[in-house]
Write a protein that binds this ligand. Structure first.
Ligand SMILES: [Zn+2]
Length: 352
């Protein structure tokens, strides 16, 4: 079994595998511009951001009902559990759904239905984080927050995603103040393609408690020093960075340098159906390509639980941390020769 870990940077819409996309399309009478799952799978091999975004938002058309959102989340949780994920803090993009006529309640109640049975079914505890699309106006984010108010019992925090450059964190000052007043936790994507200055803004203007990505903080030594001092977690997504060309090849990823600098790094999957792997796949990839040792993987796993929003359940956090400390990396007789013990067990089919 792979090392226990928390996943803190995961967009549920980015877990839509071709098989489930076709199943939902058939159920909802949505015509997809692909002949079969093989052709759609081939389209997932995009090479640039625009073709990814076109596919990503285009496929969302298959998500219509509460049951669709529940199935999507349930399929993710099954795959995550098989890769050692014990706790998942899941992003969703309400504006991508409300803009095409799907009500907020359908999205949140559908996801919530899967999340509330996740522990029993998959052994994975969960939190839900509502992201605002930063390339939409701040007024739309504020309206989205108001729309979500009846469902806040299901929502732990807010985040900020989509096209970063030209949409600085400060654009969302007001909505983050409103979210804080509602008692919501705050995170934001920053320093992925945008500059390190956006990370400073996310901290100072939005009051974020974690930075999603933060890849470019290494360009600003003063910022690194501050992030280390304040123990601000970064949710890195190595395979995503390669697919979206934030780094050329995984072997050049700054993760080892970031860890050596004392930053609180975590490893996550971002949009795993599109970027070539789930959380365990990312762990396996960084171990192999970046030559990380067992204790560095343990540090990443430990950090993921320390950075989780589990303040309301410290007993659970302590239990997860104990599992991390007790994890034995040594290959056992149960691991077939030639198989990496961190390699995830094969994932179940996405459509049930
Ligand atoms: Zn992301």
């Amino acid at each position: 079994m792979p090392i226990p870990k928390a996943e803190l940077h995961l967009h549920i819409e980015g877990t839509l595998e071709p098989e489930l996309a076709f199943a939902l399309a058939a159920r909802n009478g949505v015509e997809l511009p692909f002949a079969d799952t093989g052709e759609l799978r081939a389209a997932y091999a995009f090479t640039d951001l625009q073709s990814f975004l076109d596919l990503y938002y285009g496929l969302m058309a298959v998500l219509r009902t509460e049951e669709d959102f529940a199935e999507l989340a349930d399929a993710y949780l099954a795959r995550a559990a098989a890769q050692g994920v014990r706790h998942a803090e899941i992003f969703f993009d309400p504006q991508a759904h409300t803009a095409r006529g799907v009500p907020m309640g359908t999205v949140v109640e559908g996801l919530g239905r899967a999340l509330e049975r996740s522990e029993e079914r998959h052994g994975v505890s969960t939190r839900l984080i509502m992201c605002f699309l930063r390339d939409e106006p701040a007024e739309s984010a504020l309206a989205t927050l108001r729309e979500a108010e009846p469902y806040l019992h299901r929502i732990t925090g807010v985040g900020l995603d989509s096209a970063e450059v030209g949409n600085p964190p400060s654009k969302f000052r007001e909505v983050y103040e409103a979210a804080a007043a509602l008692g919501l936790r705050r995170v934001a994507h920053a320093g992925e393609e945008g500059p390190a200055a956006y990370v400073r803004e996310a901290l100072d203007v939005l009051g974020v408690e974690r930075v999603d990505h933060g890849l470019r903080v290494m360009e600003d030594p003063g910022l690194v020093e501050r992030l280390v001092r304040e123990r601000v977690p970064l949710t890195l997504c190595p395979l995503s960075n390669v697919r979206l060309r934030a780094v050329d090849v995984l072997a050049e990823h700054p993760l080892p340098r970031m860890m050596a600098a004392g930053l609180m790094c975590t490893v996550n999957s971002d949009d795993p159906a599109y970027f070539g792997g789930y959380a365990g796949d990312n762990f396996t990839a960084v171990r192999r390509e970046l030559d990380l040792g067992d204790e560095q993987l343990r540090e990443l796993a430990r950090n993921s639980f320390l950075a989780s929003f589990l303040e309301d359940d410290e007993e659970r956090r302590a239990r997860y941390l104990a599992e991390v400390e007790a994890y034995d990396f040594a290959p056992t007789a149960a691991v077939p020769a030639g198989r990496d013990p961190e390699d995830p067990v094969p994932a179940p089919a996405a459509s049930r």
